[in-house]
Design a protein around this ligand. Structure first.
Ligand code: ARG
Length: 291
């Protein structure tokens, strides 16, 4: 059941050893382990409740900074939401419709009832509409070593109300083969290596599409593969960063990517890597239909 691309599993059904403890192996891979393998306990006072984000932040050898972006009002990314675990900010997310949001699989590390989603606010912790999560349907084929299939859908307990700051994102056509040249990415992620916290106000930055062949070459040095279900984007000194995961990479309101991973942030040798949403549109539609 876990091998098949396109099959899905719900949060509750997961292996209990897989429950919210992340470890960074020193490059950027996420390793999941049993709690006892991964001491110490997460530091809730620091960046977020996501120990992985904290671990990444601690790697000062990488320049980590939504890096060099600017603050935006909620109207400029009305499909953006923030994802919280036990009340702590963990990731960005994207509004698909009134009851479904899309995020990165690696933001999903605990049971649905511990998650809340805030939409319609440029503030991470205030305003807009807050909803509890009822169900999580994640791509079972997600692989924490290759980072493939890094997507999860979360169903809200009650629908959000659409308004000028709350709108569904447009899904890309599965037919188009060309990507836009430019994208915007937004989130509350950290803006500098020595940042003490994720951002209180929503930010966004413009970045450029990087061809897969080029991105592939760049990551080859690190022994990493860029699959067709990933897309790369970067621009000098500009990038998404820790805490932006799960958030939208868009062009004209169309969702092309979900923030997933990268080596460092705004690292000239390594572009940001996003889930290539186009490839998952059928899965997204199936989940909406089925659950
Ligand atoms: N994995 C990070 C997160 O959990 C996102 C990293 C994106 N990195 C990048 N260089 N664009 O928030």
């Amino acid at each position: 059941m876990y091998q098949n691309f396109g099959s899905e599993s719900e949060g509750r059904e997961r292996d209990p050893s897989w429950s919210g403890y992340y470890k960074d192996n020193g490059t950027h891979y996420l390793l999941y382990g049993k709690p006892e393998d991964i001491a110490p306990t997460p530091n809730f006072g620091n960046i977020s409740s996501n120990p992985f984000i904290n671990a990444l932040e601690a790697q000062e050898s990488f320049p980590t900074r939504i890096v060099n972006g600017k603050r935006i009002p909620c109207t400029e990314a009305p499909f953006q939401g923030s994802l919280h675990y036990e009340g702590y900010f963990v990731c960005g997310c994207v509004i698909i419709n009134k009851i479904w949001i899309l995020t990165a699989h690696h933001c999903f590390f605990g049971p649905p009832e511990k998650y809340t989603v805030r939409v319609g606010s440029d503030q991470q912790r205030r305003g807009g509409q807050l909803r509890h999560v009822k169900k999580i349907v994640a791509l079972a084929a997600y692989n924490d070593y290759t980072m493939r299939h890094d997507l999860a859908m979360m169903k809200l307990k009650s629908p959000v109300y659409f308004g000028k700051c709350v709108r569904p994102v447009k899904l890309p056509s599965t037919k188009t083969t060309k990507f836009p040249k430019k994208f915007v990415v937004s989130g509350w992620g950290i803006t500098s290596a020595n940042a003490q916290n994720v951002q209180r106000y929503l930010r966004r930055v413009q970045i450029d599409y990087i061809k897969r062949s080029k991105c592939q070459k760049m990551y080859k040095k690190a022994g990493l593969k860029i699959y067709k279900d990933m897309i790369c984007a970067s621009r000098t000194n500009k990038d998404s960063c820790s805490g932006d995961s799960g958030g939208p990479l868009t062009s004209r309101g169309v969702l092309y990517g979900i923030v997933s991973w990268g080596i460092g942030c705004a690292n000239k040798n390594y572009p940001g890597v996003y889930v290539n949403c186009k490839r998952y549109v059928p899965w997204i539609k199936k989940v909406i239909h089925k659950y």
